[in-house]
Design a binder for this molecule. Structure first.
Ligand SMILES: [Zn+2]
Length: 204
């Protein structure tokens, strides 16, 4: 079986999202036989980095099953050393040919960053400060570009996360140029259940 191209993986992913949004999910690769078949190892086609928000579960949103995607999630999809290591592992060692960064409508991390910047400037306490610090960078950039709405900042945060991956993981650009990797930054709408692209590299 020849390996799927990033474009084919991307188109199948979008088709899965359209099924999910229309309440026509197939729930593929989720039976006992498939589970047992995966005992010997995983070879997912894609890695998805998304917000940890409970309303945005990647496998549901794209109608995926066991072994289909390597998933990394945290609040606001912010990057740190463990995220970079996980994404690099998925691409270099597992052979994932598509990297998806998924942000979403009504993101609490973005709302918290905007609250800090625009309302009371109260510095968040505790560990949540780490998240707000990172998302605030995108919020400041969005504001400098004249983008005011929360949804615009959410999209800017997705773009920033993709940009950071490109800058901080060696060889991503090379892989995109030789056709072995695609990157898709996408925005998930809670109300429609649909995703739409914010920034694409190597897929269209
Ligand atoms: Zn979120």
């Amino acid at each position: 079986m020849s390996k799927e191209t990033p474009q084919q993986i991307w188109e199948n992913l979008i088709a899965g999202n359209r099924r999910y949004a229309a309440d026509e999910s197939n729930y593929p690769n989720s039976d006992i036989a498939h589970r047992v078949q995966l005992l010997s190892g995983q070879s997912p086609k894609m890695v998805i980095f998304g917000c940890g928000d409970a309303r945005v579960p990647s496998e549901f949103v794209f109608d995926l099953g066991l072994g289909d995607a390597f998933i990394v999630r945290n609040a606001g999809h912010v990057i740190d050393a463990t995220v970079l290591a996980s994404i690099q592992f998925a691409i270099d060692d597992l052979g994932c040919n598509l990297l998806v960064v998924m942000g979403h409508q009504n993101c609490g991390a973005v709302k918290a960053a905007l609250g800090f910047l625009e309302k009371d400037s109260t510095i968040p306490t505790g560990l949540q400060r780490t998240i707000v610090e990172k998302v605030s960078m995108a919020a400041v950039a969005a504001r400098a570009e004249g983008l005011e709405r929360q949804s615009d900042v959410e999209r800017r945060n997705i773009e920033d996360t993709v940009d950071q991956f490109m800058e901080r993981i060696p060889h991503l650009l090379e892989k995109i140029e030789d056709g072995s990797l695609g990157i898709a930054g996408i925005y998930y709408s809670l109300d429609s259940g649909l995703v739409d692209p914010v920034i694409l590299h190597g897929v269209s």
